[in-house]
Write a protein that binds this ligand. Structure first.
Ligand code: ZN
Length: 239
């Protein structure tokens, strides 16, 4: 089932209408599938949105959204099979959506700043759940470069002050390597790939939700840096 991913188009679209196309149940509980969705499904180190679907006077809580077997499953508190085929008003929790987009975009900024200033390190993993955010880097060299937290925090602040814009685009898969030279992995398939960039930094492939510009990251701070087995883990939060 092909649910149109409306959250790709606009992080700030908190409400929309959709049709419930199917219902089901798996180990996470009962779920509904929509023809299009503004709900971000958990993935790429980013937690899912939550919110509600409204049919007439009935409000269906959505507490988790996951992409499973090519379906975007909106998990509910119980079965709502009577509403299959009906139009619903979709609302994502605005505060959660924006917090997740800010924390996730912070991960990109930290990767960009580290890769620019310490070329031995390359971002390989991000985890952007509130209160447990980190980015992991692997080293291209056997000689590990030490980073200075104070310097990185100052650099980050500089880009936030400059309020760099975030751009999102689509790229043909064969052009990905050219557009994202720092990419530490390849992406199979021939579908167009969504990419994002902050200001003049290189593009990164990403299906996550991003803010419009860096001023929304005021208060971002790297709190810890640990290197173990050639992997550097950088923890951060937004004050
Ligand atoms: Zn992203």
């Amino acid at each position: 089932m092909n649910t149109l991913l409306s959250y790709f188009e606009d992080t700030y679209k908190f409400e929309d209408h959709a049709i419930i196309e199917a219902n089901g149940k798996d180990e996470n509980g009962s779920f509904l599938i929509l023809n299009k969705t503004i709900f971000y499904p958990q993935g790429g180190g980013q937690p899912s949105d939550r919110g509600t679907l409204e049919v007439g006077s009935v409000v269906i809580p959505i507490h988790k959204v996951k992409s499973v077997e090519n379906e975007i499953r909106h998990y509910t508190d119980r079965e709502y099979n009577q509403f299959v085929g009906q139009k619903v008003k979709c609302s994502v929790d605005q505060e959660t959506r924006l917090l997740h987009a800010r924390l996730h975009t912070s991960g990109h900024l930290i990767s960009n700043v580290i890769e620019q200033n310490y070329p031995c390190w390359r971002g390989v993993k991000g985890h952007h759940f509130p209160d447990e955010c980190y980015v992991e880097f692997s080293s291209k060299n056997s000689q590990l470069e030490n980073i200075t937290l104070e310097f990185v925090n100052k650099e980050i602040e500089k880009f936030i002050e400059a309020d760099c814009l975030i751009n999102v685009d689509q790229v043909a898969s064969q052009n990905l390597k050219e557009m994202c030279p720092n990419l530490a992995y390849s992406i199979p398939g021939d579908q167009p790939i969504r990419v994002m960039r902050i200001g003049d930094f290189p593009f990164s492939p990403c299906g996550g939700t991003h803010i419009k510009s860096l001023k929304e990251l005021k208060g971002l701070e790297i709190t810890k840096c640990k290197v173990k087995n050639k992997i550097m883990k950088i923890n951060y939060h937004i004050n």
